[in-house]
Unconditional design. Structure first.
Length: 256
């Protein structure tokens, strides 16, 4: 796990954007796993500004609420089209987002896993992290081998997401999410976290034990996981200065 600490969210996002851009230039038909929520917004804006070629890129989103119409302003279909897809030249048929209105949710989840396999697997998965350490909507105690499936949201997650809906009561109680096992099969994972409210979860994920109580901690076992943080999100890391020193002293060919 490589920990990249920058002073601001914008600076950390700039590093992340260069990682994604390098992949798309080296592999024009790359398969990207995408996240939603407030954390990746800066990244998507940076990628839009880079004017990259998305014509052969395939994307798979981490999750979607169950029961929200796709055109609901808080559905992740709407989020992705508003904040990324309509600004780039990606073909609509290359976009994959779980169907939260499917009549057969287990069948939908199995089909999603198959589409990922048929695409050759995910080259790079973008992740945020919840205040309780969840990745995707894999809440604490989720199986570290889990696949795409239905999950029940915890009160904490519904509280955290209430700002997007107006009230906690309006946040759907169930979602479809990629599983932790699915996420771990991506060839590269890129997690972003900004702000003091993520500091505890990040410290536990990076420097604590690998545990289902903090699902993001499993990334310690991934062969190519990068974590891009601002100073606030890194505030509780005991070895923060070491991570800064390592990043600043990489050989030139490793720098982004």
């Amino acid at each position: 796990m490589e920990i990249i600490i920058q002073a601001t969210p914008e600076a950390a996002t700039s590093v992340a954007a260069r990682i994604v851009a390098r992949l798309l230039r080296e592999k024009p038909n790359a398969v990207l796993g995408l996240a939603t929520g407030s954390t990746p917004l800066l990244l998507y804006r940076a990628l839009i500004d880079m004017k990259l070629d998305w014509r052969r890129v395939t994307t798979f989103n981490l999750d979607e609420y169950i029961g929200l119409p796709q055109d609901h302003p808080q559905s992740y279909h709407s989020f992705m089209w508003e904040n990324l897809f309509r600004h780039i030249n990606i073909p609509k048929e290359n976009v994959n987002i779980p169907d939260g209105n499917a009549s057969d949710i287990p069948g939908c989840c199995a089909a999603y896993e198959q589409r990922i396999r048929d695409a050759g697997g995910i080259d790079l998965q973008i992740l945020g992290i919840g205040t309780d350490g969840h990745i995707g909507f894999n809440e604490p105690t989720s199986s570290l081998a889990s696949r795409t499936r239905i999950k029940t949201l915890t009160p904490q997650t519904r509280k955290d997401n209430a700002r997007f809906f107006g009230s906690e009561a309006d946040v759907p109680g169930h979602v479809i999410t990629m599983g932790i096992g699915t996420i771990m099969e991506a060839r590269q994972n890129l997690m972003l976290a900004f702000g003091n409210n993520k500091a505890r979860a990040i410290a536990e994920a990076v420097e604590g034990p690998i545990t289902t109580i903090n699902p993001a901690s499993i990334l310690q076992m991934h062969p190519d996981a990068k974590v891009c943080l601002d100073a606030e999100a890194a505030a509780q890391l005991k070895r923060a200065e070491y991570y800064r020193w390592v990043y600043d002293n990489k050989p030139d060919w490793q720098h982004l």
